[in-house]
Design a protein around this ligand. Structure first.
Ligand code: TMP
Length: 237
């Protein structure tokens, strides 16, 4: 397939059209942002790691019965994916209190939760991706009730799979963010990425942060953290 014009540039990825109307190319960048773009930087090698890690995990999820946008990896930073209309909701699953959940509810980071939680943010940079509930999402037309049900079911299935998978490599999956899209035939698939940009990974033994919080919070050596997770997934240096 031939790469055509860039159709979108986000904070961490570019998207290109191809000569197939149902296929686009995502190109992962090393750019890192936080706090809705207020903090900007570069994590050298992040684009290649996120591309390959996300593809690796989505392939596993496909095998486990979750439909995803993945078609095939092109090279270190680029992948063919199904063209989708993104459902404008960030779907966040949490297994332990951290980040905005801890702040909003006054619960110390690392506090275990009695059950895993699911929350939605409305994808709108100008509004700062505000927290909304399912009634609000349906009311504003962001998704239908059926879509919310499907997305929620997939999100918890993905949590069960990833939690167990990361535990095997000594990583506790604290929380993560997913995005879903609709293909031209209306199928809901997992889209966007699953990477240290979009998950909190804590080392099971030491509690060390092995994710983008190293950048957000200036904890030092984000490159090393991304490389460490990549290595534990079986990818060499
Ligand atoms: P939060 O605690 O800041 O709400 O983040 C929850 C999870 O979502 C965390 O794993 C990081 C991820 N996340 C994103 O992928 N994109 C974002 O813009 C934000 C704010 C969080």
């Amino acid at each position: 397939m031939e790469q055509l014009d860039m159709i979108y540039e986000g904070k961490a990825k570019k998207v290109y059209a191809t000569d197939d109307a149902n296929v686009v190319i995502v190109d992962y960048k090393d750019d890192a942002t936080a706090f809705n773009g207020l903090k900007k930087g570069t994590i050298v090698g992040k684009g290649a790691i996120n591309n390959r890690m996300s593809n690796f995990l989505m392939k596993k999820l496909e095998e486990a019965g979750i439909p995803t946008h993945l078609i095939s990896e092109i090279d270190t930073n680029k992948t063919y994916v199904k063209k989708v209309d993104i459902i404008p909701l960030e779907v966040i699953i949490r297994n332990k209190a951290a980040g905005s959940f801890s702040k909003r509810l006054g619960i110390q980071e690392g506090t275990p939760l009695k059950c895993s939680t699911l929350e939605f943010s409305y994808k709108d940079d100008e509004l700062g991706d505000p927290l909304i509930n399912d009634y609000m999402a349906i009311a504003i037309g962001a998704a239908t009730k059926e879509e919310i049900d499907t997305i929620s079911k997939y999100a918890f299935q993905i949590n069960d799979y990833l939690k167990a998978f990361f535990k095997e490599i000594g990583i506790e999956l604290i929380d993560f963010k997913l995005e879903f899209g609709k293909t031209s035939d209306g199928t809901i698939v997992l889209a966007d990425e699953i990477s240290p940009d979009t998950c909190r990974y804590w080392d099971i033994e030491t509690g060390e942060h092995l994710d983008k919080d190293r950048f957000r919070r200036d904890l030092g050596d984000p490159e090393g953290a991304y490389k460490e997770v990549f290595k534990r997934l079986g990818f060499g240096e």
